[in-house]
Write a protein that binds this ligand. Structure first.
Ligand code: ADE
Length: 265
């Protein structure tokens, strides 16, 4: 899988290169490009935002910077460009105002050939384990990190010509920008790619994978600070252990997330 992240804070994405994801990069399962949006800014101040039409607080990120950035990152992979660094791609052809050419319309790729563009926003659809499962089979995912009051809506509308676009939220709260949401989405998605987790079955019992929360786990010692591991786990009876785990899972889900039980039999 190829991941590209466009952000004004490339350092925020550094964790993508550590631990299991770093190993996946070394193994060639994953490749990651992090790009500084300011590399596509054209004025001396490298500005990426402007005041909102209609007034109001905050700033909105400019379409004239985001458009060329997304164009370059979209075709970069298939054109074999080196996108592993945050280097600017200013010598590459673009369709719009940076080259001074008139916009000539789009050549629309087939839907299945379009990379997936994920735009994290509190106004997006809720991110779920099911999305992570689906996206773990993608070839190329591009993330657009907004800051301030968000990105000019036309960026997303225009990108739909070259990308399959998903605007997603990681929860009902507002972050300062999309970077942390990208880390969350990438981690949840890439751990489901075969070969990323050491043990292939590690995620089979995950919370949410069967619609329930995962129950408690225990390891040695059998007794610790007066707390004993439940006897059933020493019974040697696999069926009994499975039944107990299922009960614990249902109990925990009923206590913590009764909403999840509503949709289940
Ligand atoms: N950007 C700011 N808040 C966010 C959220 N809750 N989810 C995704 N992206 C965001």
């Amino acid at each position: 899988m190829r991941l590209d992240v466009i952000t004004i804070f490339p350092e925020y994405l550094e964790p993508l290169r550590h631990a299991l994801l770093g190993k996946a990069i070394e193994k060639g399962i994953l490749s990651v490009g992090v790009h500084n949006l300011r590399d596509w800014a054209t004025d001396v101040h490298k500005s990426v935002d402007d005041t909102p039409y209609g007034g109001g607080p905050g700033m909105v990120m400019k379409p004239t910077v985001w458009g060329p950035a997304l164009d370059d990152v979209c075709v970069g992979k298939s054109a074999g460009w080196q996108l592993d660094s945050a280097a600017p791609h200013v010598d590459k052809p673009r369709h719009d105002d940076l080259t001074g050419r008139e916009f000539e319309g789009y050549v629309e790729p087939a839907e299945e050939d379009k990379p997936l563009l994920i735009v994290p926003t509190p106004a997006g659809k809720p991110f779920t384990q099911e999305m992570a499962r689906r996206w773990s089979g993608e070839q190329h995912i591009v993330f657009a990190c907004g800051r301030y009051e968000g990105i000019d809506q036309r960026v997303v509308d225009d990108a739909a010509h070259r990308y399959r676009v998903e605007e997603v939220s990681i929860g009902d709260y507002v972050l300062i920008g999309g970077e942390v949401a990208v880390l969350v989405i990438v981690e949840a998605t890439t751990r489901l790619i075969p070969g990323v987790l050491g043990n292939a079955s590690s995620h089979e019992d995950d919370s949410f994978s069967d619609g329930l929360l995962e129950g408690p786990s225990y390891t040695k010692p059998r007794e610790w600070r007066g707390l004993a591991v439940p006897d059933v786990l020493f019974s040697g009876n696999h069926k009994l252990v499975e039944e107990w785990r299922r009960e614990q899972s249902v109990k925990r889900t009923r206590e913590r997330r009764p909403d999840l039980l509503e949709g289940l039999e």
